[in-house]
Structures are given as C-alpha cells and as structure tokens.
Design a protein around this ligand. Structure first.
Ligand SMILES: O=C(O)C(=O)C[C@]1(C(=O)O)C=C[C@@H](O)C=C1
Length: 101
C-alpha cells in the first residue's frame, strides 16, 4: 500500500494552477497592506478629530455594495460579507488603539 508520506511525483498541471494561486495570494496581501496603510491614516485622522472609530452606516453601505459585486462576480455574497466584516473589525480595533494613544 502506498504511504502518504511518500513525495508525490511532479504534476505539471497542478503546479501551473498553484503558480496562479501563489500570484493571486501575493496580490491579495499587497492589496490588504495598501488598505491597512490607508486605514491607519484614517484612524489617526479620526483620533485627532475626535471622530468615532466605527461608522455602522458606512459599513452597511460597504457590505451591500460588496455583496452585489460578489453576486456579479459569481462569488458567494455571504463569504464576501464575512471577509469584509473580518477586515473592518480589525481596522476598528486599530482605530480604537490609535484613539487611546
Ligand atoms: O470609513 C471609515 O470611516 C473607516 O474608518 C474605514 C472603515 C473600513 O475599514 O472600511 C473602518 C471602520 C468604519 O466603521 C468604516 C469603514
């Protein structure tokens, strides 16, 4: 019986797919880094101006917009909402930390 610990033989088809996945993952990281770079500036601005860390009205608009974009792009809108919620919650955590400084 073949052991799962054996090194799999090279698979050019899978390697090609994985090259694309790696490029897409790298682009996602760069885009997220850019988004957090700008939200850091927003957090500093909000802290200086005494504005609240979160803006639920803006968030609701963003979620609705992204859900619609997801449907158009054949992406699960529930997933897109969970993803942006996760990102925004992290931004709010950063904003609150900036306001405490
Ligand atoms: O637009 C803002 O006011 C932000 O602080 C940015 C952001 C976001 O990450 O998109 C984060 C928190 C707010 O509740 C809404 C949106």
């Amino acid at each position: 019986m073949a052991s799962q610990a054996q090194t799999p033989k090279p698979d050019a088809v899978l390697a090609g797919y994985r090259k694309s996945i790696d490029n897409i993952d790298a682009a996602l990281i760069h885009m997220l880094a850019e988004r957090f770079r700008i939200t850091q500036a927003v957090g500093e601005y909000k802290a200086e101006s005494g504005l609240p860390a979160s803006d639920p009205t803006r968030e609701a608009r963003q979620i609705e917009r992204l859900r619609a974009l997801a449907v158009d792009a054949d992406l699960d809108p529930e997933f897109s909402e969970k993803f942006i919620r996760f990102v925004i919650d992290e931004v709010i955590r950063h904003h609150r930390r900036a306001a405490e400084k």
